[in-house]
Design a protein around this ligand. Structure first.
Ligand SMILES: *[C@@H]1O[C@H](CO)[C@@H](O)[C@H](O)[C@H]1NC(C)=O
Ligand SMILES: *[C@@H]1O[C@H](CO)[C@@H](O)[C@H](O)[C@H]1NC(C)=O
Ligand SMILES: *[C@@H]1O[C@H](CO)[C@@H](O)[C@H](O)[C@H]1NC(C)=O
Ligand SMILES: *[C@@H]1O[C@H](CO)[C@@H](O)[C@H](O)[C@H]1NC(C)=O
Ligand SMILES: *[C@@H]1O[C@H](CO)[C@@H](O)[C@H](O)[C@H]1NC(C)=O
Ligand SMILES: *[C@@H]1O[C@H](CO)[C@@H](O)[C@H](O)[C@H]1NC(C)=O
Ligand SMILES: *[C@@H]1O[C@H](CO)[C@@H](O)[C@H](O)[C@H]1NC(C)=O
Ligand SMILES: *[C@@H]1O[C@H](CO)[C@@H](O)[C@H](O)[C@H]1NC(C)=O
Ligand SMILES: *[C@@H]1O[C@H](CO)[C@@H](O)[C@H](O)[C@H]1NC(C)=O
Ligand SMILES: *[C@@H]1O[C@H](CO)[C@@H](O)[C@H](O)[C@H]1NC(C)=O
Length: 805
């Protein structure tokens, strides 16, 4: 009897479980608040009744199933809680989802959806959908009704056709999911920017998104696990969110107390949600911090400034830290023809009155639209495409040290000095971008001295992918450089780059420079020279070496860089004496710095760039030993969707080259990842990959590291000279290094994963597989990258592309 009872109880429990394991309910079924849940097919999400912490109210919500600390990603009845556990969830015969209380049929909440043959299903994306028979389209989905957060797959934005806005509203408090006072919504005016409101007041403005970053230089790039992708066209402006690294749960949520948008990531090891990114970071993130036309620069002690050509509106007030009256133009405008536009770079484009003309993407056209209209005060060609013109005060501008966009502000002729309309004596190199692929003008690269002699674009107005761009680069005279380098004396020579000698110099301003001079005697290297000039002039990142200008005079071709007092990384890590100068902390910072620079090249700069010649000697060190990637002579730009290229001309340096590139000439971002992995292992071990010798075996450094790893003694790889070793970091670096040098490119992580692995102690790794080239004998010896160069092959990849057009 007892046994039967137990059996009966058991079968009852089983019965509950069987509903719990289901992901669907039909009109004849009910989900009760007795612990019954729906579980999505991959067991990622769960739907059921819950109470927030310190609350007795019952809500229907969806949450990550395998996350111990429940934060619901969606709450159905956020504004109408059940007061006890008598509730039930159903779907009616007509497809309406309803929550009923006290076993009656009074709806506490309903979705108001309708379907002919409805079923309610919880998908593995966390989306709760009403399906209608076998129709592809959902009759209703929870993703169309976002609450206080987004998870991957969700969208925020505007659909003008249906007049619909998808936006977030915070909870009232951490205990109360009801509609709170903070809203996070995209600006409806076609420029992708997101506003955080408290009631009707703007607190923070994110954006505009420029195609790569949100606003300036601080997108989610360093925590690139969860990314918004913006899309703008005539009828929609929206952002979709996707997991870059879905190894654990991520959400972008409005903090229930402060309203601040935050990226939360579940840390399995610590069993808690970790805030990995917060939108509000510094003073300048406060909306309109410096008043109308004021400029916020968080790198200054006094963050508020007036842009050049503007003066404080209330001069006495300007001296106070909190300067909300802002700035006015020094010289009033009267819309005379002599007025010009002053260019400001690195700006967060202003808020205020603006409009966007979507069909105009060229700078000069945008300027003439603004010039024609006397109420137009500024213009910009937004990097996502489109001409933006401002009238009235410009609000919420800030200056970024890295990134940002160009803004042109209308000013009286007197603001431009004797020079007229703001023309500068800068060298302008005109570059055509064909489908994002920068064409190197091997035969006719243009250096023109004036903007107005620019080559017109050849594709006609109908070809939307043909964009013309300017690269502006200060030009130095030959005499200036000769003087700065003691007439290129041998004592000033500090090295030999890929295409000629490198000199140290000092300008009359006492600025130290490094001068790369292209060897005159051979035609060799001209391509690299132009490549480098075009590429690096566009790039700005603290882990990339900065190009100060160039010198082109007669036969002379020179590039002028900031001088790096500590030269290059190889001089330290491979040297017994100098090696001690780099303790583990410093080495780890260098590894992370190189990874950031490389991520910027691969993904965050406007172009996708493969460096192709990463090695320790191309990593320069500034006075604080911060790493800067240099030598872009061999780098290649990839089209947005292009992932891999084949070349007959293999350039680069053996020992750092990935197998698929060295053998088949195939390169992709993953070939850079390989080189990065080699460098990481070199930095950790203080040994060169090439030339590595071990008494016990014939493996190279990669093979040696892999062997030690598999034998469970990875710490034996570590450079014995190194101090302050943090074992867990060292192990993480070795593991990252090994993952990066795996034989198959698809096994290697992307640089964004590399960074999250380096940043985050608790990310679980996949086991590294065998490295490519793990024995030294795979290759015949050649050491420098330049000696691999075959000058007669000018039919480069990029050139072939032009011909096929
Ligand atoms: C509930 O309805 C579905 C179809 O709507 C049917 O397949 C299923 O057998 C029904 N279940 C019960 C227990 O009636
Ligand atoms: C359910 O009924 C009880 C008593 O009849 C009442 O106190 C309670 O408020 C009801 N709950 C809801 C959600 O209506
Ligand atoms: C459904 O309709 C009712 C009545 O019109 C309304 O009160 C309720 O807010 C609607 N529910 C939703 C989720 O829109
Ligand atoms: C947010 O969305 C709701 C519902 O679509 C809409 O009524 C509201 O105006 C939107 N708020 C903002 C600030 O866009
Ligand atoms: C929301 O704003 C209103 C009006 O300012 C205020 O009365 C209310 O307390 C606020 N609610 C929360 C949850 O802060
Ligand atoms: C704009 O984007 C939306 C969403 O992707 C799409 O449905 C719509 O067709 C697009 N409109 C145009 C004119 O391209
Ligand atoms: C993560 O994303 C990849 C590709 O989008 C997918 O194949 C995989 O199933 C996802 N993993 C999890 C745990 O969701
Ligand atoms: C416009 O202002 C400039 C100086 O600001 C002055 O030289 C010029 O004469 C003015 N033009 C007209 C039409 O008032
Ligand atoms: C955008 O600019 C083009 C070229 O100046 C013009 O023909 C078109 O009418 C403008 N569109 C709008 C919506 O103003
Ligand atoms: C000039 O710009 C203002 C503000 O953007 C706009 O309202 C007005 O229509 C424009 N005038 C013309 C002729 O385009």
């Amino acid at each position: 009897m007892k046994f039967l009872l137990i059996l009966l109880c058991f079968s009852l429990i089983r019965f509950h479980d069987s509903l719990a394991a289901d992901d669907t309910i039909s009109p004849n079924q009910t989900l009760l608040d007795t612990g019954q849940t729906l579980v999505s097919i991959g067991e990622k999400f769960e739907l059921g009744f819950f109470s927030p912490q310190n609350s007795k109210n019952r809500y229907v919500g969806i949450w990550f199933k395998n996350v111990a600390d429940l934060i619901p990603v969606w709450v159905a009845n956020r504004d109408s809680p059940l007061l006890d556990s008598s509730g039930a969830l159903k779907i009616t015969e007509t497809g309406n989802i309803v929550i009923v209380g006290n076993q009656t049929d009074n709806f506490i909440w309903s979705s108001n959806s309708s379907a002919k043959y409805p079923t309610l299903q919880l998908l593995d994306t966390g989306n709760l959908v009403v399906k209608d028979g076998s129709s592809e389209n959902y009759a209703w989905q929870s993703f169309d009704h976002p609450r206080d957060l987004v998870i991957a797959g969700m969208t925020l934005g505007w659909d003008y056709v249906n007049g619909r806005s998808l936006n977030l509203t915070s909870w009232s408090s951490p205990q109360d999911p009801s509609t709170g006072n903070f809203t996070y919504a995209l600006d409806p005016r076609l420029l992708p920017q997101v506003l955080l409101f408290k009631g009707r007041d703007i607190l923070v403005r994110n954006g505009p998104y420029d195609g790569v970053r949100i606003g300036g230089d601080r997108p989610l790039k360093d925590y690139a696990v969860f990314r918004p992708n913006y899309n703008v066209n005539e009828t929609h402006v929206y952002a979709t969110f996707s997991d870059v690294d879905n190894s654990t749960a991520n959400m972008f949520r409005l903090n229930p107390s402060s309203g601040s948008p935050e990226l939360l990531r579940w840390n399995q090891g610590r069993s808690e949600w970790v805030t990995v990114y917060s939108v509000q970071k510094d003073d300048c993130d406060t909306y309109e911090r410096c008043g109308p036309n004021g400029l916020c620069d968080s790198s200054q002690n006094r963050v508020c400034q007036c842009p050049t050509g503007f003066v404080p509106k209330v001069p006495e007030e300007w001296n106070r830290i909190d300067s909300s009256s802002g700035c006015v133009l020094k010289t009033r405008l009267n819309c005379s023809a002599s007025e010009g536009f002053k260019k400001f770079s690195g700006f967060k484009l202003p808020y205020g009155e603006f409009s966007v003309n979507w069909t105009v993407v060229r700078n000069d056209e945008c300027e003439s639209i603004c010039r024609r209209n006397c109420s137009c005060l500024a213009y910009a060609v937004a990097l996502v495409g489109g001409c933006v013109v401002w009238s009235g005060d410009m609000l919420d501008m800030r200056l970024f040290t890295d990134g940002g966009q160009d803004l042109y502000i209308r000013m009286a002729a007197s603001e431009f000095g004797s020079d007229g309309n703001g023309k500068r004596t800068a060298v302008i190199i005109s570059v055509s971008v064909v489908a994002g692929f920068v064409v190197l003008f091997l035969f006719g690269w243009y250096i023109v001295r004036k903007r107005n002699s620019r080559r017109p674009s050849t594709g006609g107005d109908r070809d939307p992918v043909l964009v013309e761009e300017d690269v502006e680069l200060p030009s130095f005279g030959f005499d200036t450089i000769a003087k700065a380098t003691n007439n290129f004396s041998s004592t000033n020579k500090i090295g030999e780059g890929g295409f000629g000698p490198v000199y140290k110099g000092m300008l009359s301003t006492e600025q130290e420079i490094a001068v790369k001079r292209l060897s005159k005697d051979s035609g060799q290297g001209l391509v690299e020279f132009h490549n480098e000039i075009i590429l690096i002039a566009k790039l700005q990142h603290r882990n990339l070496v900065r190009l100060l200008g160039c010198c082109i005079q007669g036969e002379e071709r020179m590039l002028i860089y900031e001088y790096m007092p500590n030269r290059s990384l190889d001089l330290y890590i491979f040297n017994q004496t100098r090696g001690t100068a780099l303790d583990w902390r410093k080495r780890f910072d260098i590894i992370v710095g190189i990874a950031r620079g490389l991520l910027y090249l691969h993904r965050d700069s406007r172009l996708k760039i493969i460096h192709r010649d990463l090695k320790a000697s191309n990593i320069l060190l500034d006075h604080e030993m911060n790493p800067k990637i240099s030598d872009f002579g061999l780098a290649r730009i990839f089209r947005g969707d292009q992932t891999e290229v084949n070349t007959k001309r293999v350039v680069g340096t053996y020992g750092y080259m990935s197998p698929e590139y060295a053998i088949d000439g195939q390169f992709s971002v993953k070939s850079d990842v390989f080189s990065f992995g080699v460098m990481v292992l070199e930095i950790v071990s203080g040994e060169k990959n090439r030339g590595f010798a071990h008494p016990d075996h014939e493996l190279n450094l990669l093979g040696h590291a892999w062997k030690l790893w598999n034998e469970g003694r990875p710490m034996e790889l570590v450079d014995i000279l190194m101090e302050n070793i943090a074992k867990s970091e060292v192990l993480r670096c070795i593991e990252v290094g090994l993952l990066c040098v795996q034989k198959r490119p698809e096994d290697r992580p992307s640089m964004s994963s590399v960074l999250s692995m380096l940043d985050n102690e608790n990310i679980s790794f996949s086991q590294p597989k065998q490295p490519g080239f793990y024995t030294e004998r795979s290759f015949t010896e050649t050491d420098s990258s330049s000696s691999l160069y075959m000058p007669n092959v000018s039919a480069e990849i990029s050139f072939t592309k032009i011909q096929s057009r």
